[in-house]
Structures are given as structure tokens and as C-alpha cells.
Design a protein around this ligand. Structure first.
Ligand code: UDP
Length: 489
């Protein structure tokens, strides 16, 4: 540790939107510590186990990273006890309460640090996207504030362009194509209804809150991105030029952990999953997952399931909210898939949480049917696995364009309608009962990737090598982490 880094103290506050925000921000903390910075990660009691387990994987002796738990005033805001992530609230009516609790949480963080003497205060704050209160804390302490959205640089560039051009305000209908020409010569067009929530007439978070995030975004000193410069065709630099901010791509941050399962937190489900993969031929398996919150209408689950059980490739399928599916779908799954590792089906279902990074890194996995969440996208790139794209909501339709058109490492399943943003635990926000994508359409996309996708596979492998090179000493992400550390002293 040199004299400069010894003075850096990063305060990281991951946004409690879903685990997909907490995972990469905790990993950024782990990376900063591995580069010699002091790191404090602030979390709440319910989110502590996830943060602590990731920290323990890199620093078994706790060196360089402190995890500080500050109570989240859920009950005071009329939320159920322990409701400390947005995806845990039982009803969309509780969204305002959650944001009120989050504001009070921010005040508690400020009080906590206000009591510390100056030497224990942070020299830089990195805040998750909706912790808009963090700016006030940073200003009070006179330290820089960075934002972490969880989006890739290309999507952020598109969002910035859309805010400036306000194309959503002149759309005749949600079926109209919106042209987002930010990364020439690539043509990025999405339908009006596929735009990120910032530009939709009603969002589950509320448009006022999106506006607050935009103001926060414009006021901070810089943007930290889980990506690497070589991936998104210069999007990070273009975003820097468009916003006048430092944009630092420091990923893939999942590389701070070994991809294999950590024996200390291996569940029986995870062990079964890996054993199932061990018995499969190299590159033969399709891994299917829609992220930490993504769900589909039951009719769509059925169409996807019928495609998976009748295609020639074994499938490892993670189903979120499987317990809430109607009885007929549950019965079908029990009869046709292998949920407990004993049946003979070629489709193994995981109900709940799967060890995604370890799965993607397994030699048996040949393709990833993904909802195009940015975390999943980058983890697939990092593992050199090409994708079948099935975006659901948020900025995922933009990510799909990057994967398919810009990077050439994916086949689109062809979904046109977003699934309602599912924010509430155990409930489908989607009113749409019908399946948009039929089983034949899914099978066709699987064939195009698994049978005919050799070139995409090769490109994905090349990107994996570039990702590794970016991450190690002298690589772009490594250098950006150093810049981040030096900018904070
Ligand atoms: N994830 C996981 N197991 C699961 C589902 C998700 O480990 O069963 C992790 C995944 O590896 C990624 C994150 O959760 O790090 C999902 O993030 P992403 O941005 O792809 O999607 P989101 O959950 O925000 O829709």
C-alpha cells in the first residue's frame, strides 16, 4: 500500500432494490480493498448475510473491508418487519413507504459518520442509484460522490441521450420505434414500450423518483460501471463526453471471486445443480434464468417449459417464484422436469436461487437464455458463453440490442412486449395472462444458437479473453480502479 492509497477510505452503500444491486457493489468494495484502499460497506440487517458472505470469500480475515450495519426503519414507514429490499415489499402501494424509510436510513448514516472523528470519515462515497441522500452526506464531508446504477455504459449512454432528446414525449404510440443513434454505425432501435422505466408514462417506482435519480446522477462527480472499456465499443468514453463526468469501467467485478462454488456457502440445491452439470457433455447445456426478480405469466412459463423439455439440449432452468405458480403449472413441472435431481428429465429445474457464476463457468454450459439484466449479461461475457435474449423490463431491451447487434454474441427470442416490472414479492405484476412467445419460437432461437452459433461462440470466447486482460494488472479495468482510488484522496 503506498502513501496515497493508505489515505483512501471508500464508503459504499449498495441500493436495496434487489440482490442484483448489492452483489456488484459489494464486489466493487472487494476490488478496491484488493487494490489497497480502505473500504466500508454500509448495509442493513436483512441484507447483511449476502454482503458478508461475499466479503468473507475474498477477505477471510476481514482485512481492509468493514461491513457496517445500520437499521432500516421499515416498521416506522409502515412496512413489514425485515422488509429491507424493494423486491421484498408485499404490495406496490408500499413503494412510497419504502422510499421514506430509505430517506431516514440516509439520515441515520449521516448521523453515524457525523459522530466519527474526521480521520474515520470516508474520503469518497459510492452510492447505489436511488440513495440520492448520499450526495448531501458527501457534500457535508467535502468528499467526492460516485453513483453506481447497475446498468452498462451503453445503456447509460442511451438513457442520457433519451433524457436530452425527450423522444418519448413525441411518440404517437408505444408501438413506434425509437431510434437511439449513440453508437454509430450501430443502429439501436427499440419500441416505445421497451424504453427504460425513466421514459414510460407510469413506472412502479414513480416518475418523481426517477427524476430525483436523474438529478443525483447529474450532480455526482462520477459514474462507476461494472463493465470493461473493450466491451461496449467506447460507450464509457462517450458517456463521459456526454455528461462531463468521470466514467470508470472497473469490471467484470465478479472476477474478484473464484468462479467455483465456495464450500462454505454451498446449499444442497447448488450442489445438485453442479453434479447435474458434471454429468453433461461439454457445451451441450442451455442455462435459463431471468435474474433475481424476473417472472413470467404462468402461460408463458408453460410455453418455455414445453420448448425446453422437447429440445435436444439439456436445460438447467431457474424459476423465480415457482411456489406462486398455479397448480396446473406446478403439476406440469413436477411431471416433466427434474426438480429434485432424481427424475430422468433432461430439464433440471431450480426453484429460487442458483449459483449463476459457477454455472456459467461450467464447461457443460453452451448457451444462456437470459433476461439481459446487466449483471447476467456481463457474467455471461466473462464466462465466454453466448446468449439467447429474452428481455423483460428496465433497460434490458437496450442490452439485448448490444448483445445481438453490437457484440454479435446472441440470438433474440423475439419478444416485443415487456413484462410488467415485478417489484412485489410473490406477486406477478403482469396483468398479461397470455404467452407472447410460443414454444416453437423458443425452440427456433435455441437451434440458432446451439446448432448454428459457432461464430457467436467464438466471439464470446474472444470477449472472455478481453475481459480477463482488462481485469489484470495493466488492463483497462485495473487502471480505472487505480484512478478511482487516486481521485478520492
Ligand atoms: N443471480 C444468481 N442466482 C440466481 C439469480 C440471479 O446468482 O438464481 C445473480 C446473478 O449472478 C447476477 C444477479 O443475480 O449477479 C442478477 O443481476 P441482473 O442484473 O442480471 O438482473 P436483475 O436481477 O437485476 O434483473
Amino acid at each position: 500500500m503506498d502513501a496515497t492509497t493508505s489515505q483512501s477510505h471508500f464508503l459504499l452503500v449498495p441500493w436495496f432494490g434487489s440482490n442484483s444491486h448489492i452483489i456488484p457493489m459489494t464486489d466493487i468494495g472487494c476490488l478496491l480493498a484488493s487494490h489497497g484502499a480502505l473500504v466500508t460497506i454500509i448495509t442493513t440487517p436483512a441484507n447483511l448475510p449476502l454482503v458478508q458472505s461475499r466479503v468473507d470469500r475474498v477477505t477471510p480475515h476481514g482485512s481492509g473491508i468493514a461491513v457496517t450495519t445500520i437499521p432500516f426503519p421499515a416498521a416506522e414507514a409502515g412496512l413489514p418487519e425485515g422488509c429491507e429490499r424493494l423486491d421484498l415489499i408485499p404490495s406496490p402501494a408500499m413503494v412510497p413507504g419504502f422510499f421514506n424509510a430509505n430517506r431516514q436510513f440516509g439520515e441515520a448514516v449521516a448521523r453515524h459518520y457525523g459522530r466519527q472523528d474526521a480521520t474515520r470519515r470516508p474520503s469518497c462515497i459510492i452510492a447505489g442509484m436511488c440513495h440520492t441522500w448520499a450526495l448531501g452526506v458527501a457534500r457535508e464531508f467535502g468528499v467526492p460522490c460516485y453513483i453506481f446504477h447497475g446498468f452498462g455504459a451503453f445503456a447509460l449512454l442511451c438513457v442520457d441521450y433519451l433524457y436530452k432528446q425527450r423522444l418519448h414525449e413525441v411518440l404517437a404510440s408505444a408501438d413506434e420505434l425509437v431510434d437511439i443513434p449513440v453508437l454509430q454505425p450501430f443502429d439501436c432501435k427499440v419500441l416505445g414500450r421497451q424504453l427504460p422505466p425513466h421514459f414510460l408514462p407510469s413506472t412502479s417506482m414513480g416518475s418523481g423518483r426517477m427524476q430525483e435519480v436523474r438529478e443525483f446522477d447529474m450532480a455526482v462527480e462520477g459514474i462507476v460501471v461494472n463493465s470493461f472499456e473493450e466491451l461496449e465499443h467506447g460507450s464509457a468514453a462517450l458517456l463521459g463526453a456526454a455528461t462531463g463526468k468521470k466514467v470508470l469501467a472497473v469490471g467484470p467485478v465478479s472476477f474478484c471471486h473464484a468462479p467455483s462454488l465456495d464450500p462454505r456457502d454451498v446449499s444442497d440445491d447448488a450442489r445438485r445443480c453442479m453434479a447435474w452439470l458434471d454429468a453433461k457433455v461439454a457445451k451441450s447445456v442451455v442455462y435459463v434464468s431471468f435474474g433475481s426478480v424476473g417472472r413470467m405469466p404462468p402461460a408463458q412459463v408453460m410455453q418455455l417449459g414445453m420448448a425446453l423439455v422437447s429440445c435436444p439440449w439439456p436445460a438447467l432452468w431457474v424459476i423465480n417464484g415457482a411456489d406462486t405458480l398455479p397448480r396446473d403449472v406446478k403439476d406440469w413441472l413436477r411431471e416433466n422436469t427434474d426438480a429434485d435431481g432424481v427424475a430422468q428429465s433432461r430439464c433440471h429445474v431450480v426453484r429460487g436461487w442458483a449459483p449463476q457464476v459457477a454455472i456459467l463457468d461450467h464447461p457443460a454450459v453452451g448457451g444462456f437464455l437470459t433476461h439481459c439484466g446487466w449483471g447476467s449479461t456481463l457474467e455471461s461475457v466473462a464466462a465466454g458463453v453466448p446468449m439467447i435474449t429474452w428481455p423483460l423490463f428496465a433497460e434490458q431491451f437496450i442490452n439485448e440490442r448490444l448483445i445481438v447487434d453490437v457484440l454479435g454474441i446472441g440470438v433474440s427470442v423475439g419478444v416485443t412486449k415487456p413484462t410488467e416490472n415485478v417489484l412485489t414479492a410473490g406477486k406477478l405484476g403482469a396483468v398479461e395472462a397470455k404467452a407472447e412467445v410460443g414454444k416453437e419460437q423458443v425452440k427456433k432461437a435455441l437451434e440458432r444458437l446451439m446448432d448454428e452459433g459457432e461464430q457467436m461462440r467464438m466471439k464470446a470466447q474472444e470477449l472472455k479473453e478481453k475481459a480477463k486482460a482488462a481485469f489484470v494488472e495493466g488492463g483497462s479495468s485495473y487502471i480505472n480502479l487505480e484512478k478511482l482510488i487516486h481521485s478520492s484522496v
